[in-house]
Design a protein around this ligand. Structure first.
Ligand code: AMP
Length: 282
């Protein structure tokens, strides 16, 4: 496995691969890798001849009072995990490689999509995500890019951006990977102490309860949401940011469950903001 830090370095490597006819998969990450990330690498290895994983804690997707500085980092461990999972290249640019001093161009979706759900409390987040993903697509030129359904709004926004801007890349969605007790894997789980880790199980319990209500035939989103919210509110350490049912494509609120519907939540456990969700198509 090669570690590459420069844009020129990645470009010449990908050029070499493409002349040999290899397809290239990209897995964008912010590092501190876990089995969720590795499931994306595995999918890329299955679907593409070569896999590049980017590790870049992207400053432009963090608000001024968010955890950019504290975000967990362990580059050595990440590299050994990636190497043992047959990743071909780690692309780990530093901030100045990605954002020159006079950087001034951002990619933004102008509909309400990025303003819903996480966008309400993180107003600059999706602009930062769209910008860095655009840059990674332009730097790497992948045939396919792999994203987790864990970040469902991010996935929907990236699919929309790729369609609107005609990126020549296939976005592949990968299912949420969970710990055995149900908690969705997340780099931010590292912030939780033992008590908080236990409390965090209300997210997945709420997701499983909501999903089974819909599977049993409930079609009133408010009834499903009320049951989900009750479970979260039963945990004193949990503070709801949002629990909502939205159209799976536009991210606008729905009351009747029909077509593609996303039930998504952000819940603070102590000061750690965790996400979970499920999607239904009825
Ligand atoms: P991050 O490093 O948090 O930016 O995540 C990088 C990619 O991994 C994103 O596409 C995430 O959706 C995906 N991801 C993170 N956690 C999980 C998980 N538990 N299951 C599946 N994909 C995940």
């Amino acid at each position: 496995m090669e570690i590459i830090t420069t844009i020129d370095g990645i470009r010449s490597k990908v050029r070499e691969w493409k002349t040999k006819g290899f397809s290239v998969g990209l897995v964008p990450t912010m590092g501190y890798l876990h089995e969720g990330h590795i499931s994306l690498v595995n999918q890329s290895n299955i679907q593409c001849d070569r896999t590049i994983t980017s590790i870049f804690v992207n400053p432009s997707q963090f608000g001024p009072n968010e955890d950019f500085d504290a975000y967990p980092r362990d580059f050595k461990r990440d590299c050994s995990l990636l190497e043992s999972n047959n990743c071909d290249i780690v692309f780990c640019p530093d901030n100045s490689e990605m954002y020159t001093k006079d950087f001034a161009t951002y990619v933004n979706i102008t509909s309400d999509m990025p303003k819903q759900l996480c966008g309400k409390s993180r107003p600059v987040h999706f602009q930062g995500v769209c910008t860095v993903v655009t840059k990674l697509f332009n730097i790497v030129g992948p045939d396919k890019a792999f994203f987790g359904e864990k970040d469902a709004q991010q996935l929907a926004i990236i699919k929309k951006m790729v369609a609107d801007l005609n990126f020549d890349v296939e976005v592949v969605a990968c299912p949420i990977v969970r710990d055995v007790d149900g908690l969705a894997k997340s780099s931010r789980n590292a912030y939780l102490n033992a008590k908080q880790r236990q409390a965090a199980l209300v997210l997945s319990r709420s997701v499983f309860c909501g999903k089974s209500l819909v599977d049993e035939g409930e079609r009133d989103a408010d009834i499903v949401l009320a049951a989900m919210i009750d479970i979260i509110n039963s945990e004193p350490l949990a503070n709801i940011d949002y629990v909502e049912a939205v159209d799976g494509l536009t991210m606008s609120k729905v009351r009747d469950i029909s077509g593609l519907t996303l039930f998504a939540m952000a819940v603070n456990i102590g000061s750690t903001r965790l996400l979970d969700n499920f999607v239904v198509e009825v």
